[in-house]
Ligand binder design. Structure first.
Ligand SMILES: CC(C)(COP(=O)(O)OP(=O)(O)OC[C@H]1O[C@@H](n2cnc3c(N)ncnc32)[C@H](O)[C@@H]1OP(=O)(O)O)[C@@H](O)C(=O)NCCC(=O)NCCS
Length: 152
């Protein structure tokens, strides 16, 4: 059976991706994350999806211009209409994760209203651990939302 929960993009960072320090611009990296996660979510859902939440991005190392960049995206949890994607970005020179984050998409119909996604099967221990991680992030986001709403 095709594993449609995982997608990987590889490409070379270009001179147009540069920031003022001569490395890849952070906004460009965020765009790669969103594009790869979108491809992963819509492939999994077989449907159009929109980003509902991006958070917790940690930049560990700068990415050089001309580096081979790899972006891995994997569905780790599904709610009723949401698809939670873990994204890792690597560049060839350092051979370690530049950063990881979880981005959440919602499967929507032609009017932009959320529609159900098929539940993610959790078969291995690693899959169950990742799903539990996504659920802990849901709880954390609720506390952050509550905290922020006190000032809105
Ligand atoms: C995403 C969108 C369709 C959700 O519509 P909505 O009426 O708020 O729908 P709901 O409240 O039913 O939430 C839908 C899902 O989003 C999830 N969600 C809502 N807020 C969230 C947040 N802050 N973090 C994570 N997930 C969130 C809900 O938990 C729900 O998932 P579930 O069904 O698996 O439980 C709507 O907010 C929207 O169109 N947003 C703009 C999207 C956009 O323009 N993205 C950027 C370009 S792609």
């Amino acid at each position: 059976m095709e594993d449609n929960r995982f997608i990987s993009f590889q490409f070379i960072s270009e001179p147009t991706d540069v920031n003022f320090g001569g490395k890849v611009h952070g906004g460009q990296v965020m765009k790669w994350i969103d594009q790869t996660a979108y491809a992963c979510a819509s492939h999994y859902a077989s449907n159009y999806c929109v980003t509902v939440y991006v958070g917790g991005i940690r930049f560990y190392r700068p990415i050089a211009i001309g580096a081979i960049v790899k972006v891995n995206a994997k569905v780790i949890y599904t709610g009723r209409t949401s698809i939670h994607i873990a994204v890792d970005v690597y560049s060839r020179e350092v051979r370690e994760g530049e950063f990881s984050n979880v981005i959440v998409f919602v499967s929507v119909d032609e009017n932009g209203s959320p529609i159900p996604v098929r539940p993610l099967p959790l078969e291995t221990e690693e899959e169950r651990e990742l799903a539990n991680y996504a659920k802990r992030l849901i709880d954390l986001r609720k506390s952050i939302d509550e905290e922020m709403s006190r000032f809105l």
